[in-house]
Design a protein around this ligand. Structure first.
Ligand SMILES: Cc1cc2nc3c(=O)[nH]c(=O)nc-3n(C[C@H](O)[C@H](O)[C@H](O)COP(=O)(O)OP(=O)(O)OC[C@H]3O[C@@H](n4cnc5c(N)ncnc54)[C@H](O)[C@@H]3O)c2cc1C
Length: 134
């Protein structure tokens, strides 16, 4: 039983590590590339994940701004606005999220309309990147 718990704990820890991190806009917006092979394979444009920094932290939804199934990573971009995103900001490359669930939400309906203009604002433009690429 103990062996099984250790195995599951170690298994979970392998897949939620921050592999790349950037601070933008004087540290108010953070980009994290996170190891998440299963999510990166299944995710579709417009979907989001739910992340939790530690055992007692709140679970918050963030849109996937990018996925890389070859590397097995997903990218999130978030604005530091309150308690949980301030806690997320403390996590550095090599640190792991306590929980990462996804992909969630209905994917965006994608159709070929030819040339299109995409308009977004703030961190809301995170969702536009995978949509324009699709
Ligand atoms: C599907 C979905 C996708 C999302 N994707 C993204 C994304 O890609 N990037 C992104 O940046 N965000 C995204 N969000 C929003 C993100 O989830 C929230 O910004 C996040 O949950 C905030 O959590 P927090 O604990 O840091 O802030 P909270 O503490 O919950 O604060 C939220 C807001 O309340 C205000 N507030 C908090 N406490 C007080 C108080 N005492 N008095 C007055 N005001 C207060 C804060 O200033 C802030 O504006 C998404 C949300 C959803 C639902």
């Amino acid at each position: 039983m103990l062996l099984a718990i250790c195995f599951l704990k170690n298994r979970r820890k392998q897949w939620q590590k921050i592999v790349h991190r950037e601070e933008m806009a004087q540290g108010t917006i953070i980009m994290n590339e996170i190891e998440a092979p299963r999510i990166s394979r299944k995710a579709k444009p417009g979907q989001f994940v739910i992340l939790q920094a530690d055992e007692t932290g709140e679970r918050i939804p963030l849109t996937m701004a990018d996925t890389n199934p070859d590397k097995g990573t997903i990218t999130i971009i978030y604005m530091v606005v309150g308690k949980s995103t301030a806690r997320f900001k403390e996590l550095q490359v090599g640190d792991e999220y306590f929980a990462l669930i996804g992909p969630l939400g209905a994917p965006t309906h994608i159709e070929n309309f030819g040339k299109v203009v995409c308009v977004g604002g703030g961190t809301g433009i995170a969702v536009l990147h995978p949509i324009t690429r699709a």
